[in-house]
Ligand binder design. Structure first.
Ligand code: COA
Length: 330
C-alpha cells in the first residue's frame, strides 16, 4: 500500500527553444523601439520565434521528451501531464491532450493550467499534491508558450516576449529532500492589466475584433512593474516564513523572467544578493509559462545545482496570479 504523504522531488528536466532568433536590433528596424533601452530596462537582447508549422504542443512535446529521458523514465511511466500555457494550440481540446498523443504517453491523464506567467509554478504545486498523496508516481509538468502568435508585431510591445518550452518530471523522494513549501495567490481584480480580449466566449472572434487587433495581447507595463515588485516579495517572504529559512539560506533563485528591473527590485526587497538570482531573459525574453522550467533545465545541465541546495522559485502573471516555492535539491 502506498504511503499517504510523500516527499516530492524533481527527477528530470528538459527544454526546447525554436531556432529562429529575433534580435533587439531587428525590432528597432521594424517598430518604434530602441535596442539599448530594451536591454537596459528589460534585460533582453534577443528572443526566439516559433516557425509557422510549430505550435505550442510541438515545443512542449520536445521539452517533455528531454525531461522524461533525463529522469531515466519512459513515456509509459508518466501518470499525469500538466501543460501550463496561455497560448494553447486550440481552445479545445487541451494542449496537454495533444502533447499526450504526440509523445504517445497514453497511460497519462492530461490537462492544462491557465495561470499565464505563473502557470509552471501552479503546475508544480498541483503535481506535488498528486505525488504527496500517493495518487500518482510520475507527473510531467510542462510550461510552454508561443506569444509570437498573439503579438502585434507592428506595436512596440513586441519586445517583451519570446517562444519556448520547458518541462520537469516530478516523482517521490526521501523525507529530507524535495519541496519544502508552496504559496499560490490569485487576484482577479487585475484582469485588465494583461489580457487577450477577443477569441473567447465574452468576445468571440469576428471581423471587427480582427480589424481592431483584439486577438493580440494588451499589457499595462506600469501596473505589471508595480504589482510584480509588490507581490513577489510577499509570496517569497511567506515561503521563507513557512520553512523557517532566511534569504541568506537561499542558494539560487530561479524566478519567472518578466524584466531585469522587476527581479533586481525584488532581490533588493527580500535581501537576496543579486548573484544568486538566475536569469536567461537576455537570450529568450519572457517565455511566460516556459521561463522557470527552461532556466531550471539550463541550470541543472550546467552542473551548478548541488545536493542540499535551497532553490527558490517565484512568479507573477496575468490574473493577477503569483506565488513562490522552496525546493531542497537532491
Ligand atoms: C515597460 C516599462 C519598462 C515601461 O516603463 P514606464 O516608466 O512604466 O512606462 P512609460 O510608458 O512611462 O515609458 C518610460 C520610457 O520608456 C520608453 N518605452 C516604453 N516602452 C518602450 C519600448 N517598448 N521600447 C522603447 N522604449 C519604450 C518610453 O518611451 C519612455 O521613454 P521617455 O521617458 O523617453 O518618454 C515598465 O513598465 C516595466 O518594466 N514593466 C514591466 C513589464 C513586464 O515585465 N512585462 C512582462 C511581464 S507580463
Amino acid at each position: 500500500m502506498k504511503q499517504f504523504v510523500r516527499a516530492v522531488k524533481i527527477t528530470g528536466t528538459g527544454s526546447f527553444l525554436p531556432e529562429h532568433i529575433i534580435t533587439n536590433e531587428h525590432l528597432e528596424s521594424t517598430v518604434d523601439t530602441n535596442a539599448k533601452w530594451i536591454y537596459d530596462t528589460l534585460g533582453i537582447k534577443e528572443r526566439r520565434k516559433a516557425a509557422e508549422n510549430e505550435a505550442t504542443s510541438d515545443l512542449a512535446s520536445k521539452a517533455a521528451l528531454n525531461a522524461i529521458e533525463d529522469a531515466g523514465l519512459s513515456v509509459t511511466d508518466i501518470d499525469l501531464i500538466i501543460v501550463a500555457t496561455a497560448t494553447p494550440d486550440r481552445l479545445a481540446p487541451s494542449t496537454a491532450a495533444i502533447v499526450q498523443d504526440k509523445i504517445k504517453a497514453y497511460n497519462a491523464v492530461a490537462f492544462d493550467i491557465a495561470a499565464v506567467c505563473s502557470g509552471f509554478l501552479y503546475g508544480m504545486s498541483v503535481a506535488s499534491q498528486f505525488i504527496a498523496t500517493g495518487v500518482y508516481d510520475n507527473v510531467l509538468v510542462i510550461g510552454a508558450d508561443t506569444f509570437s502568435r498573439i503579438t502585434d508585431w507592428k506595436r512596440r510591445d513586441a519586445v517583451f516576449f519570446g517562444d519556448g518550452a520547458g518541462a520537469a518530471v516530478f516523482s517521490h523522494g526521501n523525507n529530507d529532500e524535495g519541496f519544502l513549501a508552496f504559496r499560490l495567490y490569485t487576484d482577479g481584480r487585475g484582469k485588465w492589466n494583461y489580457t487577450i480580449p477577443a477569441g473567447g466566449s465574452e468576445m468571440p472572434a469576428s471581423e471587427q475584433t480582427l480589424e481592431q487587433g483584439l486577438h493580440y495581447f494588451q499589457m499595462n507595463g506600469k501596473e505589471v512593474y508595480k504589482t510584480g515588485t509588490k507581490v513577489l516579495p510577499i509570496a517569497i517572504n511567506q515561503v521563507l516564513d513557512d520553512t523557517g529559512l532566511k534569504s541568506a539560506d537561499i542558494d539560487y533563485m530561479i524566478p519567472h523572467q518578466p524584466s531585469i528591473k522587476i527581479l533586481q527590485k525584488t532581490a533588493e526587497i527580500i535581501g537576496l544578493p543579486w548573484e544568486r538570482v538566475l536569469t536567461n531573459m537576455d537570450k529568450y525574453a519572457n517565455t511566460s509559462g516556459g521561463t522557470i522550467p527552461i532556466l531550471l533545465d539550463e541550470t541543472k545541465r550546467s552542473g551548478k545545482l548541488q545536493r542540499g541546495n535551497n532553490i527558490l522559485f517565484a512568479a507573477v502573471g496575468s490574473g493577477w496570479t503569483y506565488g513562490a516555492a522552496l525546493l531542497r535539491w537532491s
